[in-house]
Design a protein around this ligand. Structure first.
Ligand code: HEC
Length: 131
């Protein structure tokens, strides 16, 4: 009856904290993956996207994998972010260095890439809960 109480008193606050954190996650179980496939762009990256990537990645004749064409992107994504980032930074075939986005950071490029490689974002989320 003696040693155990001490042990648990250290544990309970931790459990309470873990519970509070998981409560923040809300209803969806899988919403916590930060590198999810469907990645909407914030206002700044949307502007960058329409100024740069958009021109080729929505024009099939450019030879670029087209935005939201998930099947075309899948084999490219298999190369892994490191390789893809190198290709984006240095250029790759018809892909110009940095995708013509001189101010883009590595994070920006990856966000743009995952946006293009993911399925089209839906206007409203509720139905997405099913999949
Ligand atoms: C001037 C046209 C052009 C622009 C602008 C452009 N791309 Fe590309 N991109 C291409 C082409 C063409 C390919 C296919 C290259 C190949 O496979 O030979 C490509 C391929 C890619 C790939 C796949 C590379 C791989 O390893 O398979 C990524 C990722 C990518 N582009 C990201 C971007 C991003 C992000 C932007 C905007 C910041 C951008 N691109 C802007 C033409 C463009």
């Amino acid at each position: 009856m003696s040693g155990g109480g001490r042990f648990y008193s250290g544990f309970l606050p931790f459990l309470a904290l873990a519970g509070a954190l998981s409560a923040l996650g809300g209803c969806g179980d899988n919403t916590s993956a930060p590198t999810a496939k469907a990645a909407p762009l914030d206002a700044r990256l949307s502007e960058v996207y329409s100024r740069t990537c958009f021109g080729c990645h929505t024009t099939p004749d450019s030879g670029a994998p087209q935005t939201h064409n998930v099947a075309v992107w899948a084999p490219r994504l298999k190369q892994g972010d490191d390789v893809l980032l190198t290709h984006m930074a240095e250029g790759f075939g018809g892909m110009p260095p940095l995708g013509q986005c001189a101010e883009c950071s590595a994070e920006d490029l990856l966000a743009l890439m995952h946006f293009m490689a993911g399925p089209a974002a839906h206007e409203s989320d509720p139905k997405d809960a099913e999949k």
